[in-house]
Design a protein around this ligand. Structure first.
Ligand code: AKB
Length: 315
C-alpha cells in the first residue's frame, strides 16, 4: 500500500492518531512528521520538517511513496491571538502547501476544522451544518478560510480532501494546550495534582466536547467512507457531549470529593461565548455513519483513571 503521512504527529490528536493508524495499517506504513514538538522515543518512521516547506514535504512524499496525508498542524485559539500573522502563516500556508502537493501527487487528505469556524452570529444551539460563519478569532478565521480552500480544491481539481469540525477534545496523553476548551483538561491535571482548580471560564459556559477516542474514530471513519458518501466538502459538523464548566466540575468531584473549583473568567470567556453550545451533526450521521461512544461519566472515569496512573496517585 501507499504510505500514510501525519503532520503535527506529536500534538494532541496526532499523538493518538498515529498509534491508531500504526495498529490498523502496520508501523511500516505510517510516517510521523513533527517540527518543533517531537517525541524522540517514538517507535516508527519519523520525519522532521516544517509543513510550510514545500520542498521538504515533496521529498518526504516521494521518498516514502505517500498516498494519504492527515494534515493536523495548527495553532489553536488562545495561542493564535498572541500572533495572528504566524497563525495565518502556519494554519493557511501549511494547508495550501499540502493541498497543492495533493493535486500533484494525487493524495487523499484529511484536514481538521473546528467549532471555532463559527462566530457570535451563528445559532448557538443545535448549530446547523450550513449556517453563518463569522468567526472572531484568527484561529477561527483560518478554519473558515481553510474549509473554503478545501472545498475549492475539490471542485476545481477533484482533490479528495475530507474534514470534520472538531469540538473541544479531551485527552490525557498530552498536557493541556493553548486552546479555549483546554480548561476541561486542566481541571483533571490540576485537580488530581493540587486538589484545586481556578477555571478561566464562567461556571455556566457550555461548549461542545468529545473524548479523543471518538475524535480518532471520526477521523478514520470519514477517511474510509466511500467517495460518493462524502457530500460536504468544506467540513462536517460532528458532536458528542455538551457540558458546562460547572457540570464537568461536579462529575470530576465524584472522584476527587475534596476538589475546590472557583471561576475567574478572563479574555478567553469572549472566545467561548462566540462558539456554539450544541451541534447538529445529522449530516455526518447520515452520510458516513458518525456516532460517539463516550458520554460525560465514561469520559471522566477514563481521564481520572489514566491520569492517576500517570501521576502515581493511588485511587
Ligand atoms: C481550541 O479551544 O482552540 C480548540 C478548538 C475548539 O478547536 N480546542
Amino acid at each position: 500500500m501507499k504510505k500514510i503521512l501525519v503532520t503535527g504527529a506529536f500534538g494532541q490528536i496526532g499523538s493518538e492518531l498515529v498509534p491508531a493508524l500504526q495498529e490498523k495499517f502496520g508501523k511500516d506504513n505510517v510516517v510521523a512528521m513533527g517540527h518543533e514538538k517531537i517525541d524522540e522515543s517514538y517507535d516508527g518512521i519519523l520525519e522532521k520538517a516544517d509543513s510550510r516547506d514545500k520542498n521538504s514535504l515533496e521529498t518526504i512524499i516521494k521518498n516514502h511513496d505517500i498516498g494519504t496525508v492527515y494534515h493536523l498542524v495548527s495553532l489553536l485559539s488562545v495561542k493564535g491571538e498572541t500572533d495572528p500573522s504566524l497563525t495565518w502563516d502556519i494554519n493557511m500556508n501549511g494547508l495550501k502547501t499540502i493541498l497543492d502537493l495533493g493535486v500533484r501527487f494525487d493524495l487523499k487528505i484529511f484536514w481538521p476544522s473546528s467549532i471555532a469556524a463559527f462566530g457570535p452570529s451563528t445559532p448557538r444551539d443545535n448549530t446547523p451544518q450550513h449556517t453563518v460563519l463569522e468567526p472572531t478569532t484568527i484561529y477561527g478565521v483560518t478554519k473558515y478560510a481553510g474549509e473554503g480552500l478545501c472545498r475549492y480544491y475539490n471542485i476545481k481539481y477533484g482533490l479528495d480532501v475530507r474534514s470534520v469540525r472538531y469540538p473541544g477534545i479531551l485527552s490525557w496523553k498530552t498536557p493541556p494546550g493553548r486552546g479555549t476548551t483546554e480548561y476541561a483538561i486542566e481541571i483533571f491535571y490540576e485537580g488530581l495534582q493540587k486538589g484545586r482548580y481556578t477555571c478561566f471560564l464562567r461556571e455556566d459556559t457550555k461548549l461542545p466536547m468529545m473524548y479523543v477516542d471518538d475524535a480518532i474514530r471520526a477521523t478514520i471513519v470519514i477517511m474510509e467512507a466511500p467517495l460518493e458518501n462524502i457530500k460536504v466538502r468544506n467540513s462536517y459538523n460532528i458532536a458528542a457531549l455538551s457540558f458546562t464548566a460547572g457540570e464537568l466540575a461536579s462529575e470530576v468531584k465524584k472522584y476527587i470529593p475534596n476538589l475546590e473549583v472557583d471561576y475567574k473568567p478572563d479574555k478567553r470567556q469572549l472566545i467561548a461565548d462566540s462558539w456554539p453550545r450544541t451541534i447538529d451533526d445529522s449530516e455526518a450521521k447520515k452520510d458516513w455513519g458518525w456516532t460517539y461512544e463516550y458520554d460525560l461519566p465514561k469520559m471522566t472515569k477514563v481521564m481520572v483513571e489514566n491520569l492517576r496512573r500517570e501521576f502515581g496517585i493511588p485511587a
